[in-house]
Design a protein around this ligand. Structure first.
Ligand code: ATP
Length: 579
């Protein structure tokens, strides 16, 4: 009911002093307003007394002026602190989200979805900051203000003070009853809006098809029905909003009217003076301003809470890659990488890999092939330890994968992905990501080994040449070669090429395969490629089918065996001839 949210309260940790400062300055504003109300009421009350003198007028005006200046300054300061709190909240939340997102590995990013990661850091943060700069201070203030005013009014009339306090305390729970209904209707309204917009978009995109089949009038009729449903939902939403407003305002004005009736009766009986009655009239409005402020802030709080849900999903993602040096070593003491009965499935999906065993002897080249979706990239992700097997074990040079620190693993295994990511900056800056201590000679050596030596010589600025936004100033082939150069700089013994030439032109593809051929003399290569002609020299080829190892052997052995491998090779040869 108080709209307190665990995620938001956790994020508010460094912000409490600011939140309390806003509530405190709001309270000072109330103190100023109360003083002003009392000064004005006393002055107006004194006008009815015969002995009014100029000095009374002067001191009343002076006091009213001071109270006004005080209130104005308090309000100004409140605005400034609110602004500061919003800025601080944004910055704190963005830093928390950014540092978590940067901890995610490939599996984690896919699980959340890159779009969610962006909206969490941009939109959600904007929505959540209002919770700290507006809702929480209003909540605190809405508790203090009625109590403060109660103590002010109780000396004039206890019954009025109790009545106003009671009504101000029940307003927020009552408002929440309406709010629950409003939120449910808002969801229905958004759904019908989405439904209508989606149908409208479908119609626009497929207008020619609709006309071809003479279905445009029917489409227009359904669209009209959807527009009616939307209208009905908007009306229901507005009706409940208006009812909520009406009930709240009626209660407030009823409480004020009853208070005035009590004051007038008191005046008649001589228990209450005119000045006191005027004070009640003026302060009764202040009684409800805090709760009104809270009610309007509670709308932002609800938006903030739903945004916090998205952020919580990111913050809760497990980014730990625990390692335990005590895990038992490989009983076979295999010199290389070995997968033993490994199974892995993505959340909510059937197994992507099932009981896969494979060996990658140090110094060899091993290829993984198979139809799209057979699990090749999943095997690469497991080898990079972007994820851990659900069942089975992976060993590297006699050690259990999870007994090696993530840093050690990264220095042993590098990957050249399908799309190499380059950052805006120079060639040097992009290469230093892999080895921050590398000197120019080493960088040039890696570039030349990756097949970029002659290209570098053509650049007037050499290593200081700009690669453009996300590497836009380089060709697709050059970007992939930069990825290879980076992998070389990491000095990893094991290198995974996951469809490293799938997005480059035939000339670059040939050059990259030549480079890979050279690398196979000094490194252990794990090659994933859909081009069967490129992996024929691999020492061992694993053919995956629906997540299972269907065949294994050299090219010659597999061609002799027949089965899926020979089918894939023959099919591709036929396609190449046709091209
Ligand atoms: N992040 C993911 N979430 C859920 N399922 C996934 C995810 N990544 C892959 N899969 C599923 O796992 C299976 C194996 O996918 P994987 O990418 O390993 O295949 P692949 O052989 O590399 O395919 P391709 O040759 O098309 O790249 C597929 O059914 C795929 O839909």
């Amino acid at each position: 009911m108080l709209l307190l949210n665990k995620t938001l309260l956790r994020l508010a940790r460094g912000l409490w002093q600011w939140i309390l400062a806003i509530a405190a300055v709001s309270f000072l504003t109330l103190v100023g307003t109360t003083a002003l109300a009392e000064i004005v009421s006393q002055f107006l009350g004194s006008l009815f007394e015969p002995q009014v003198v100029l000095s009374t007028v002067k001191s009343a005006v002076g006091a009213a002026f001071l109270a006004s200046v005080f209130t104005f300054l308090a309000q100004l300061i409140k605005g400034l602190i609110e602004y500061k709190t919003a800025a601080k909240a944004r910055s704190t939340m963005r830093k928390t989200i950014f540092s978590k997102v940067m901890e995610l590995d490939a599996g984690g990013i896919e699980k959340i979805g890159p779009t969610s990661a962006i909206t969490a850091a941009v939109d959600a943060v904007e929505q959540m900051q209002a919770y700290f700069s507006s809702y929480l201070p209003s909540l605190i203030f809405s508790v203090i203000a009625p109590i403060y005013l109660f103590f002010h009014l109780k000396n004039i009339s206890l019954i009025v003070a109790v009545l106003l306090l009671f009504v101000s305390l029940i307003l927020f729970p009552l408002h929440n009853v309406f709010r629950g209904k409003i939120e449910a209707l808002r969801k229905t309204y958004w759904r019908s809006l989405d439904d209508m917009t989606g149908y409208y978009m479908d119609g626009l995109r497929g207008l020619t098809t609709l006309k071809l089949f003479d279905r445009d009038r029917e489409h227009s009729r359904v669209l009209g029905e959807k527009a009616d449903v939307l209208n009905k939902n908007i009306n229901a939403f507005m009706k409940i909003n208006f009812t909520s407003f009406l009930v709240t305002e009626l209660l407030i004005y009823a409480a004020i009217t009853v208070s005035l009736v009590i004051c007038i009766t008191g005046m008649r009986n001589g228990d209450i003076t005119i000045a006191q009655a005027l004070t009640v009239l003026m302060l009764s409005y202040s009684y409800f301003s805090a709760i009104r402020q809270l009610m309007s802030a509670s709308h932002s709080a609800l938006t903030a809470i739903s945004a916090a849900g998205k952020v919580e999903e990111i913050l809760q993602t497990d980014t730990s890659r625990p390692y335990n040096p005590e895990l038992p070593a490989d009983p076979e003491h295999f010199d290389g990488i070995r997968m033993e009965h490994v199974s892995y499935g993505y959340e909510g999906r059937s197994r992507a890999l099932q009981d896969v065993s494979l060996t990658i002897p140090r110094g060899s080249s091993v290829a993984l092939v198979g139809l799209s979706g057979c699990g090749k990239s999943t095997a690469a992700s497991l080898l990079m330890r972007f994820c851990d097997p659900d069942q089975g074990t992976i060993f590297i040079e006699g050690k259990e994968y999870r007994s090696v620190t993530p840093q050690q693993l990264r220095t042993n295994i590098a990957m050249v992905p399908q799309q190499v990511n380059l950052f805006s900056g120079t060639i040097r800056e992009n290469l230093l990501l892999a080895d921050p201590n590398a000197n120019d000679e080493k960088l040039k050596e890696a570039l030349s080994e990756a097949g970029l030596g002659s290209f570098l010589k053509t650049l007037p600025k050499g290593l200081d040449s700009d690669v453009g936004n996300a590497g836009a100033a380089l060709s697709g082939g050059q970007r992939q070669k930069m990825g290879i150069a980076r992998a070389l700089l990491s000095e990893a013994q094991y290198m995974i090429f996951d469809e490293a030439t799938s997005s480059v032109d035939p000339q670059s593809e040939r050059e990259i395969w030549e480079t890979i051929g050279r690398l196979s003399k000094t490194r252990t290569l794990i090659i994933i490629s859909h081009r069967m002609s490129t992996i024929q020299n691999a020492n061992c080829i694993y053919v995956l089918e629906k997540g299972v190892v269907a065949q294994r052997g050299s090219h010659a052995e597999l061609m002799q065996q027949g089965g899926l491998y020979r089918e894939l090779v023959t099919r591709q040869q036929a396609m190449e001839v046709a091209e």
